[in-house]
Design a protein around this ligand. Structure first.
Ligand code: GLV
Ligand code: MN
Ligand code: MN
Length: 405
């Protein structure tokens, strides 16, 4: 199977004909199709396939119990109307890199595994990286069991409906103890490689980031008959808060986004009773991120008070700054530096990844593949085929360098 044929197989799964984007949400039918594809790829190569207690899929070459395994992979789920590359590029490249290494006839001295982490984007239950967080013990079983989607379906019921056992989930230190290094290849979600003219980069760090839910509660009333002065309209304080988020982020050199909103009763001729907005904010360091979020919350409270609206702010998720393992990063640079045609810059990112979650437990590293527009979390996300192939070869070099010594 070539990179291109695997890519073509995966391309139609979970794609919306209306938007052209992907809706591969955890534990849905589209997710099941992607997971089935992973299983088939593993079995077609004679790899030992297993699903761990948290629903992450693994494909092993060599004995997992031997320890010091080299693991690569990413995720197959998507954000709402996401692109084809965020996640799948890393998974497809893993299989393609393994094929490249078998063409080279290399002999591994360490076990090798490919992985598809479940529910990386958190599109359905609001929390990103659920599969890796559970495995790392960063999310407790009780917290996971309390997660619900927009239709009120709980994570346990969703897992059950997809044929998985929600009572089995939890930290998996034995599994992590078997891993010596995890390398995740990912499409770049910015334009650093495009601007530097390089096909492939190595990650240095991930910005600290989190998600906060702002609930503005006012009073539902008639849009035609309620005098403006008599209204308690939460939409007004929400709108002012969106502008405050932009202002605070600009001042701090950070980013802040309200990208998701839920309105009740959501009627065109009714003043809302509730506006729920989710803030995603990220910054280069913790202090700056704290300043931004505190600033947005303070402004939101003032606006809410001015409109007679109640406000609750809940932090739904948080990931501290991640500094990828320096020794592993240097090792990747050394391995890739041997090929004089390939310059491999080291760059940071504002995007979250399973490699970031696991970095607290095991040595992790990331490779980025050039994205000519930088667009991501959108159907327009893209990487050129020859850059993807360069990524596969770089990953193969890395796996060979790490698992054949
Ligand atoms: C995941 O892609 C994130 O950065 O939110
Ligand atoms: Mn993503
Ligand atoms: Mn991703």
């Amino acid at each position: 199977m070539t990179f291109q044929s695997m890519w073509a197989e995966l391309l139609p799964l979970g794609r919306s004909s209306a938007s052209g984007g992907y809706r591969r949400f955890a534990w849905t039918g589209a997710d099941a199709e992607c997971r089935e594809w992973f299983r088939e790829q593993a079995e077609a190569r004679g790899l030992a396939y297993e699903v761990d207690r948290n629903g992450n899929q693994w494909a092993w070459l060599g004995d997992p119990a031997a320890g010091d395994a080299v693991v690569t992979g990413s995720h197959l789920d998507s954000v709402p109307d996401g692109g084809a590359f965020d996640g799948p590029l890393g998974v497809v490249s893993s299989f393609a890199a393994l094929d490249e290494l078998s063409r080279r006839g290399v002999e591994f001295t360490k076990p090798l595994a490919l992985v598809n982490f479940g529910d990386e984007e958190g599109a359905r239950f609001g929390l990103a990286c659920v599969g890796s967080r559970l495995t790392a013990g960063e999310l407790t079983v009780e917290q996971a069991h309390r997660l619900t989607d927009a239709d009120g379906v709980s994570l346990p019921r969703a897992m059950e409906a997809a044929g998985y056992d929600p009572d089995a989930i939890g930290a998996d230190p034995e599994r992590l103890a078997r891993i010596g290094a995890f390398v995740e290849l990912h499409v770049e979600q910015g334009r650093a490689l495009d601007l530097s003219g390089d096909r492939v980069g190595i990650a240095s760090a991930i910005w600290p980031h989190g998600r906060w839910r702002f609930d503005f509660r006012g009073e539902a009333n008639h849009a035609g008959t309620t005098r403006l002065v008599d209204r308690r309209d939460p939409m007004l304080s929400y709108a002012e808060t969106v502008l405050a988020a932009r202002r605070e982020a600009e001042l701090a050199g950070a980013v802040a986004t309200f990208g998701k909103i839920a309105v009740e009763p959501n009627g065109v001729n009714a003043i809302p009773s509730l506006v729920r907005g989710w803030l995603d904010s990220r910054a280069a360091d913790q202090h700056t991120l704290d300043l931004v979020v505190t600033g947005v919350e303070k402004a939101a409270r003032e606006y809410a008070a001015a409109h007679g609206v109640d406000l609750d702010v809940v932090r739904e998720s948080f990931t501290p700054v991640v500094e990828f393992d320096h020794a592993l990063r240097d090792e990747l640079a050394r391995i890739l530096g041997k090929d004089t045609d390939l310059r491999v810059p080291v760059l940071g990112t504002g995007a979250g990844h399973d490699a970031g979650i696991l970095s607290g437990r095991i040595p992790t590293a990331m490779l980025f593949v050039r994205n000519p527009t930088g667009v991501s979390h959108s159907p327009a996300e893209h990487a050129a085929e020859d850059d993807c192939v360069a990524g596969v070869l770089a990953l193969a070099d890395v796996l060979e360098g790490l698992a054949c010594r």
